[in-house]
Ligand binder design. Sequence first.
Ligand code: COA
Length: 191
Amino acid sequence: MCLDSCRKSIRAIELRVKFYYMVKQRNPKDTYASSTRIVMPNDTNTLGNLMGGNLLNWMDITAAISAHRCSRRICVTAAVNNVSFKKPIKLGDIVTIHAEVTRTFNSSMEVFMRVHVENHISGEQQLCNEAMYTFVAVDQLGAPIAVPDVLPESDEECERFDGALRRRQLRLVLAKKMKPSEATELKALFD
Ligand SMILES: CC(C)(COP(=O)(O)OP(=O)(O)OC[C@H]1O[C@@H](n2cnc3c(N)ncnc32)[C@H](O)[C@@H]1OP(=O)(O)O)[C@@H](O)C(=O)NCCC(=O)NCCS
């Protein structure tokens, strides 16, 4: 009896997983991930400001979860781009990272992130950083594997979706994986 109900539960889970893989499209919202941290003494430099590398690490983890929610595969960081550190983040501040996939290509996904910082005394919230990371979904042997499409809905999502192609071309040209002559969308910006 108990074995039977276990089998049924396993079958139900298998069907759900199968259905998930059959879904070929996602919405950026399906890929949303966030994380919140408080800046501790170990995270700071001698001025009491958060070290940039720590923030990059927290962003990497949040973006990896977003890429994972998009692909349901193992995801590796291929590139870190467009990171800007606009304001120092202080000891005790509360940092929240919001991430979502803007666009997917074959195996790669561009993840957009916003970092909000909450002053631990005043409670004032500020947008401190924005960044784009690129993740690639891989199989158990580390070989790139296809990911579902992401279809934007809101104006902001559509704008990021359109820009993602140019940003991809720029990344691949800089990584010497694409000839500048092939980066047609990027070139069109200057024509
Ligand atoms: C990322 C990685 C899987 C790409 O593998 P690869 O053999 O170079 O594969 P390809 O050239 O066929 O590229 C596969 C995808 O990666 C993308 N890619 C590769 N290098 C890239 C770069 N520098 N920037 C952005 N995207 C890149 C390609 O555009 C391609 O995307 P697509 O399938 O959507 O078209 C591989 O380089 C890797 O495993 N790197 C290490 C990842 C890692 O360990 N990260 C943590 C660093 S500590």
